[in-house]
Design a protein around this ligand. Sequence first.
Ligand code: DHB
Ligand code: FE
Length: 282
Amino acid sequence: MAELIGGLGTSHVPSIGVALDRGLRDTPDWKPFFDGYIPAQKWMADHKPDIAVVIFNDHGNAFFLDRVPTLAVGVADRYKPIDEGWGPRAVPDFEGASAFSWHFVDQLVENHFDPLVCREIDVDHGLQVPMELFFGRPDAWPVKIVPIFVNTIQYPIPTPQRMWDLGRVLRRSIESWLTDDRIVILGTGGLSHQLQGTRAGFLNREADRAWLDEIGPNPEKYRSMSREDYVETFGSEGAELIMWLVMRGAMDARVKTLHKHYFAPASMTGAGMIVLENEDAA
Ligand code: DHB
Ligand code: FE
């Protein structure tokens, strides 16, 4: 059977990609942010996954407000990075793990989830930026991907508990996938930020640090919070943090937190990263 070798979480702020495009990685503003990802990049290089399952939200680029699926899964062989207005990016296309995607979609339906199944779709910064943060700027990505799109843009967004349950089905899908694929799960989004309304610019560094400290040992706290709690604690866009619960829900009850990093603000966001392994990992 396939193996879940780790769960990683990261913010996906679009200006991180723009900073890389413009050669700003080692400027005083950005270097401390990017240097914090070096241990996670080394972890990836050492563990050599075959497939990365990436949970993210599209930001009005592949879906617009006229059609908003609560949950969508890509089953394509290839995904193109979307140009979001800063120009075409020097980022290679992403190869899809389409066979595993179809297996996962089948398991979702078997477990009473109703995903939109996407044979053709492009991917925005929600996926591009985490891939660059963990794998750098390769000529070709060293993993195939499964993109999972969650609506965190247009209310009603799904509940934290639903994200957790989705993670449980993802775990069972990995364990019933009869290959020796090594799989990582990337939960993306957050940490605290609000880009609109009277609280635009809102950050909550204390809550962000608590999240990074506790999502490994005490995920119950975050699974049982309401959507309103997320908006209040992390901001209206920070509520996209619920997507990390898919990753955490897929892992064992007991995990090791190997690396974490926090930097605020990156653009308007408290930017965080974590690397988790199951406590009883081989
Ligand atoms: C920002 C953060 C996000 O998560 C996002 O999707 C868009 C913008 C920001 O801080 O600029
Ligand atoms: Fe976002």
